[in-house]
Every structure is written in structure tokens, then in C-alpha cells.
Design a protein around this ligand. Structure first.
Ligand code: FAD
Ligand code: 2HG
Ligand code: ZN
Length: 489
């Protein structure tokens, strides 16, 4: 596996290089455990390299403050000194946005990780940005509440990281996007000012809703240090079923049926193609697939509610109908928590499975539902035409191009699993994939953001006027452009 370098980009000479006097300053405000320095044996790979092992920077220092005031002091200093900074959460982002490109200082939020308060009447949680998503959810479970966002990286990603990305995940269909559930933020601006809007109000129409600017800003205009979020009651009854169907048309039909029949208890509707399940099969090795026979498409449906009997009856009636009319060809329903986890595993393990053969090109796109799968077909055609794809021939770079995702949200994940990263594959896919999406009026990033990977392609989804305003906002809040440079702004 050859790690992708950063071609055609030069370090900006306007940024200062880290010097001894900078370290003296950092040591004056941080303790030893809050500073990690690269040494001969330690290249800080955990912080320099992204989850896909595709992007790697060369930062020599990671700062891990425990207090918001320290974040403010660090940014103020870096801004004055023109030292570039990359804010980093759990480093699970999938667009190369969370790691340095050159020698930017990594500002890691890992140690700013306290739950601040929880109101069990309103369900409003206030916490530090560095709280790991799964920890936030486990804390809420003790109070009968649930975090309104769930995703495969929950064990590592941060609450602040998902907000900075505006991640979507597996429950968006039910609980909506973070633009709705986040009620307030605490953000440190590049000049060191702390913007405190840790609101606990559901309604507040007093001028611009400033927090929205930071949700999904990917660390380019401020560092999120605190999050206030509305959490829903934890469902008492959860059902998961895993179905096999014979076409993408059938997937859409089942989606409509599920919305109609399951209505308020439907909490996730995910689809996976056969190729994605074949990759997962290799990865999960001895675990038997939930369905004995192979189907071109699979669907995972989750229901959650407060009354098991009620939900069971509804799910049974829905499945009976869908199987009777022949839309669903086969299916299973989890009988206990272990089976439920196991069914989810066949969906949640795909990102890792597609990476396991060497590397992966990931495209996270929004498309009109009717066109959602056509991108996977077009990509396969293109890779085949150019003789780049073979599941068995190790001389070909591409193992498989698979499609899966959050049908309920119109969000497809195209993963092109490769034996190694090569220019031929990249050239075949880009800008082809982006042009395809644009021609269907889709978005080149549904939920992962733009980061480094899509820095040159924002024009496929935003018009000139929108890009102009993004740049104006960037220069207003970060005039020295020290925050997350070389990425999409
Ligand atoms: P990082 O990766 O560290 O950072 C992401 C971006 O946010 C970077 O630009 C960084 O500079 C910035 N940032 C991080 N913290 C802060 C902060 N406190 N203040 C300002 N900027 C900050 N995404 C989905 O939307 N849906 C999914 O279903 C989903 N599933 C995933 C499954 C797996 C296995 C993996 C590896 C990733 C998945 N993702 C998914 C990607 C998703 O973007 C990340 O998991 C998550 O949003 C990033 O959180 P993080 O704390 O790791 O942030
Ligand atoms: C998911 O839905 C994540 O599993 C990751 O958004 C998607 O790896 C991907 O392409
Ligand atoms: Zn996703």
C-alpha cells in the first residue's frame, strides 16, 4: 500500500515554522501530559495519519489541552505567530480533513472530555467537545435517554468531531440532522475569543443562529469546545430485520411500504448491494451471513418504540405483506440483543471491509432516490471498460466497487476497494464521479464533508456566489487562515 501523498501542493511560506520560543510558550500554559512531541522513534502517526491511512502529515507537535481557556490561549498565540493549526477529534473523519498536510500543529480535543450537565426533564445534554460519542450515549442510557446520532465510529469519534463534520449516521431518518438537535455551542475563534452560546433553549429567534455556521464547518473557522444537544428518550423496544430483494426498484418499494406500515417506529432504513456483502463476508470470515441465499440487494430495517408488543405486531404485519406481494424474497428478524448486534454488524462493518484489501476510494453522495444506485453501476462500467477491476486477478488495482448507505436519507456510499492506491484508478473515478453527481443535481458530500479529498470539487455542489460567501466568512473569522489550511476553503 502506497500512502497517497499530497500532490501539487506547497507549504505556504506565510506560516511560521515551529521554533523553540513557541514550545516555551506552550510549556508555560500546558502541563507535560498535554504536549506530545515527535522524537526519533515517534512520528506521532496516530495524529498525523487518517483512518483510511491515505493522508499523512508531518506535524511535530500535538497539543492536548484540558481546559477551554488553554484552547483560547493556544489559538490566540498561533494566530499572532501565524502558526497553522489542525483541530482534531477522534480522527475518524473520512475525507482527510482531520490530519495535517505539512507541519501544522495538531490541536487535539481528546483531553477536554467531561460531561458538563444533563437535565433529565428536557433531555438536554451539555458536554465538552472531546467526549467520545459512545461514552456520551452510555451516560445518557443511565438516564433513559439516547444520543440522537449513531455511527460505526462511535467508539472513537468525538461529540465535537461529529458536530464539526455535521455527521449524519444511522439514525438521521428518525432524529434529524445535528442542525436541528444541537441547541448551542461553545467555540474558540482563531483570535482566542470564546463564543459562548451553550443554549438550552429549543426556540430562540433572536437574530442570526450563529451556531449553525460551525456545524459542518470542519474546523476551518473555530474550534468547538462545548456542545449542548437535545436528546430523545431511549427506545425501550428495538427490532432489526435483514431482508433480501432482487432489484434496486424493490429497495425503493420496500422503503415506501416501510414508511407507510411502520411509520413512527421506523428508525433506520439501510441498503447494501451484494458486492458490499461479499467484502463483509471476507472480512467477518467465519460468521455466517444472515440470509442463506444470495440476493442482489439487502435491506436492514430498524424499528424503535416504547411498546414491544405493539412494534412486533406492526413489523410482522409489514413483513408478511411485503413477502406476500413478492417484494421481499427472504428475511430474518433478530430474536435477541446478540442477533440484533450481529445483523447491524453486516451493515456497519462495510467501511472497514472495503478498506481491508489495501485501500479504498470513498464517495459519500446525495442523489435523488430513483438515481441513487445508478452511480455504482456507472462506476463499475467505467472501471471495467478501463480494465482496472477484478475480484480475483491480483494484477488489477480494483477489487470491487460497492454501494450501500442510508436510503432513508437519499445518501449513497460508493466504496471502491483497491489493492493499492494508483493514479489510474483515481483518474478513472475523478472527476467522473463528481460530474455524474452534478448531472443528477446531487451533492458530492452528503455527510462526511469536503476536507482535503474534495477540496478541488466544491464547485460541483456549490455555485460561485455560495463559494464567495464561504470565503468571505473564512476571512472574517480567520483572517490569517491558520485554521485547517489546505483543506476545502
Ligand atoms: P475528526 O476526524 O478528528 O475530525 C473531522 C473534522 O472535524 C476535521 O476537519 C477536524 O479538523 C474537525 N474537528 C474535529 N473536532 C473538532 C472540534 N472540536 N472543533 C472544530 N473542528 C473539529 N459519518 C457519517 O456522517 N455517518 C456515518 O454513518 C459514519 N460512519 C462512519 C463509520 C466509520 C467506521 C468511520 C471510520 C467513520 C464514519 N463516519 C460517518 C465519518 C464521520 O465523519 C466521523 O466518524 C466523525 O464525524 C468524525 O468525528 P471525529 O471526532 O473523529 O473527528
Ligand atoms: C457509513 O454509513 C459511513 O457506514 C461510512 O458513513 C461510509 O465508509 C464509507 O464510505
Ligand atoms: Zn454513512
Amino acid at each position: 500500500l502506497t500512502s497517497e501523498s499530497y500532490p501539487n501542493i506547497e507549504r505556504l511560506a506565510s506560516f511560521k515554522k515551529l521554533a523553540a520560543d513557541d514550545m516555551t510558550f506552550f510549556r508555560s500554559i500546558l502541563s507535560e501530559s498535554e504536549i506530545l512531541l515527535a522524537t526519533e522513534d515517534e512520528d506521532l502517526a496516530l495524529f498525523n495519519e487518517d483512518w483510511m491511512r491515505k493522508y499523512k502529515g508531518q506535524s511535530k507537535v500535538v497539543l492536548r489541552p484540558k481546559k477551554v481557556e488553554q484552547v483560547a490561549q493556544i489559538l490566540k498565540y498561533c494566530n499572532e505567530q501565524k502558526l497553522a493549526v489542525v483541530p482534531q477529534g477522534g480522527n475518524t473523519g473520512l475525507v482527510g480533513g482531520s490530519v495535517p498536510v505539512f507541519d501544522e500543529i495538531v490541536l487535539s480535543l481528546t483531553q477536554l472530555n467531561k460531561i458538563r450537565e444533563f437535565d433529565p426533564v428536557s433531555g438536554i445534554l451539555k458536554c465538552d467537545a472531546g467526549v467520545i460519542l459512545e461514552n456520551a450515549d452510555s451516560f445518557l442510557a443511565q438516564h433513559g435517554y439516547v444520543f440522537p446520532l449513531d455511527l460505526g465510529a462511535k467508539g472513537s469519534c468525538h461529540v465535537g468531531g461529529v458536530v464539526a463534520t455535521n455527521a449524519g449516521g444511522l439514525r438521521l431518518l428518525r432524529y434529524g440532522s445535528l442542525h436541528g438537535t444541537v441547541l448551542g455551542l461553545e467555540v474558540v475563534l482563531p483570535n482566542g475569543e470564546i463564543l459562548n452560546s451553550m443554549n438550552a433553549l429549543r426556540k430562540d429567534n433572536t437574530g442570526y443562529d450563529l451556531k449553525q455556521l460551525f456545524i459542518g464547518s470542519e474546523g476551518t473557522i473555530g474550534v468547538i469546545t462545548g456542545v449542548s444537544i437535545l436528546t430523545p428518550p431511549r427506545p425501550k423496544a428495538i427490532n432489526v430485520s435483514f431482508l433480501g430483494v432482487d432489484s434496486y426498484e424493490a429497495v425503493q418499494k420496500v422503503f415506501v411500504q416501510a414508511k407507510q406500515e411502520l411509520s413512527e417506529i421506523l428508525s433506520a432504513f439501510e441498503f447494501m448491494d451484494l458486492n458490499s456483502q461479499n467484502l463483509a463476508r471476507k472480512h467477518l470470515k467465519d460468521v455466517p451471513h444472515p440470509l442463506e441465499d444470495e440476493y442482489p440487494f439487502y435491506i436492514l430495517i430498524e424499528t424503535s418504540g416504547s411498546n414491544k408488543e405493539h412494534d412486533d405486531t406492526k413489523l410482522e404485519a409489514f413483513l408478511e405483506k411485503a413477502m406476500e406481494d413478492g417484494t421481499v424474497l427472504d428475511g430474518v428478524v433478530a430474536q435477541d440483543e446478540t442477533e440484533l448486534r450481529n445483523l447491524w454488524e453486516w451493515r456497519e462493518s462495510i467501511p472497514e471491509s472495503s478498506q481491508a484489501g489495501g485501500g479504498v476510494y470513498k464517495y459519500d453522495v446525495s442523489l435523488p432516490l430513483k438515481d441513487l444506485y445508478s452511480l455504482v453501476e456507472a462506476a463499475n462500467e467505467k472501471l471495467n471498460e478501463q480494465g482496472l477491476l477484478s475480484e480475483t486477478d491480483a494484477a488489477k488495482p480494483v477489487i470491487s466497487a460497492v454501494g450501500y448507505g442510508h436510503v432513508g436519507d437519499g445518501n449513497l456510499h460508493l466504496n471502491v476497494a483497491v489493492r493499492e492506491y494508483t493514479k489510474d484508478v483515481e483518474k478513472a473515478l475523478e472527476p467522473f464521479v463528481y460530474e455524474f453527481i452534478s448531472s443528477k443535481n446531487g451533492s458530492i458530500s452528503a455527510e462526511h464533508g469536503l476536507g482535503f479529498q474534495k477540496r478541488n470539487y466544491i464547485g460541483y455542489s456549490k455555485n460561485d456566489q455560495e463559494i464567495k460567501m464561504i470565503k468571505q466568512l473564512k476571512s472574517l473569522y480567520d483572517p490569517n487562515a491558520i485554521l485547517n489550511p489546505y483543506k476545502y476553503v
